[in-house]
Design a protein around this ligand. Structure first.
Ligand code: NAP
Length: 176
């Protein structure tokens, strides 16, 4: 079981532009069944976590993710507020990440834990010593500003690289 931050990014390290548009990403060509693609990745995921902004984005963009909650796995959404439930297996939480991680690992049943984003939430898992891998799919674009990939000083080791159509994909392990 590994705890993984898997995300797409611009080459200058933003996972969303300042308007939270993902047009720079969704307009690119990718083979989800191809090298380091989403299909094989998600097949290994047993539980996932995300922050409130990412959750709201999913809620507001059915054209990008389809109608309804897109994940089969149990999900934890970090928020201090109250968010509209989307109808999946979702728990809203403001508990410490280590506590939530233990619940996620138990629910994952030996599969991996996916930190969907944003970058600071992935950083919180790293701060707690609980992040094992960072997978980044770099789109061929610089955004100049936006939501940061991983706003932390974090040492990584490059484990794997692949080209998937428009994307340069890299898998890193977190050096503890
Ligand atoms: N490129 C990609 O593949 C990709 C992947 C993921 C996300 N995204 C996008 O990137 C952007 C990320 O937004 P973001 O950086 O604002 O991150 P986020 O993690 O999605 O949301 C941040 C919010 O989560 C809540 N939160 C975070 N840590 C918490 C904790 N420990 N306890 C309780 N609540 C906590 C807080 O919400 P409250 O205000 O409720 O307290 C905080 O304001 C979004 O636009 C998303 O759609 C892109």
């Amino acid at each position: 079981m590994a705890t993984q931050f898997f995300t797409a990014s611009s080459i200058d390290g933003f996972i969303a532009d300042p308007e939270q548009s993902l047009s720079w990403l969704l307009s690119r060509d990718v083979d989800s069944a191809g090298p380091m693609g989403y299909d094989a990745f998600i097949a290994g995921v047993g539980a996932l976590a995300m922050g409130a902004t990412t959750y709201r984005w999913l809620l507001d963009h059915p054209e990008a993710v389809g109608e309804g909650w897109p994940y089969q796995q149990p999900a934890w959404v970090f928020t201090h507020g109250s968010l509209e439930a989307m109808g999946g297996d979702i728990r809203f939480t403001a508990a410490p990440v280590a506590e939530v991680h233990a619940e996620m690992a138990a629910a994952a049943g030996g599969l991996n834990v996916w930190v969907v984003g944003g970058g600071d939430l992935a950083g919180q898992f790293a701060d707690a010593g609980l992040l094992d891998e960072v997978w980044v799919q770099y789109a061929p674009v610089a955004l100049g500003a936006g939501f940061p990939l991983l706003p932390r000083r974090l040492e990584l080791r490059l484990e794997d690289v692949a080209r998937n159509r428009d994307f340069a994909c890299a898998r890193y392990s977190v050096v503890r």
